[in-house]
Ligand binder design. Structure first.
Ligand code: CU
Length: 187
């Protein structure tokens, strides 16, 4: 639910940015047209109408191109967005693998409250930055050995958002803990 809201907020801000960019492009192309027109006037006023058509075509091209860019951007944003991953319950433990490589993937995991969680951190990144994972809310700080899976276990009692970070708090992920009823309703 919270995640969906975030997407809507991000989409809105993205489309705002894109429309701003588009209007800037349009304005600057309009400026070019005006500059060209005034140049035509000084050179040969008669040819004005004939020459006006080309910039108009250019403008349509800019609009179409801009619209295509927006569509592409939206498509990329919606479909290539890293999704939140729901931990799968196996024998009473909600388990999920998180790849540690230039950050955490997935960086958003969904679990339900009151059930043990096991996050398997698979560290591929040799940088020392990511060698420790910290879950402050669960008083966990664990060293991750390179190219190995390190299991981190805890049981979240209350719904909420709990962050996990690298030792220096530069990379972050979030454990979204849902109440068991919500988790059931979402399937
Ligand atoms: Cu770090």
């Amino acid at each position: 639910m919270i995640y969906k809201k975030k997407i809507v907020v991000r989409l809105t801000s993205l489309s705002l940015i894109m429309s701003l960019a588009l209007s800037t492009v349009l304005l600057s192309s309009q400026g070019n047209v005006n500059a060209q027109m005034s140049m035509e006037k000084t050179e040969a006023g008669r040819a004005k109408f004939h020459h006006l058509e080309q910039p108009l075509g250019l403008q349509i091209g800019v609009v179409v191109g801009g619209a295509a860019l927006i569509a592409l951007e939206l498509w990329w944003f919606v479909f290539s967005k890293k999704q939140a991953h729901k931990a799968e319950a196996k024998q009473g433990v909600q388990e999920l693998t998180i790849t540690v490589d230039g950050g955490y993937e997935p960086s958003q995991v969904i679990v339900s409250a009151g059930q043990p969680v096991r996050l398997n951190f698979f560290r591929k990144d040799p940088s020392r930055c990511l060698e420790t994972v910290v879950l402050p809310d669960f008083h966990i700080a664990r060293d991750l050995s390179l190219n190995h899976v390190t299991a981190v276990e805890f049981t979240p009692e209350k719904p909420g958002q709990y962050t996990f970070t690298c030792g220096m708090n530069m990379f972050r992920g979030v454990v979204e803990v849902e109440s068991p009823t919500v988790a059931k309703a979402n399937g």
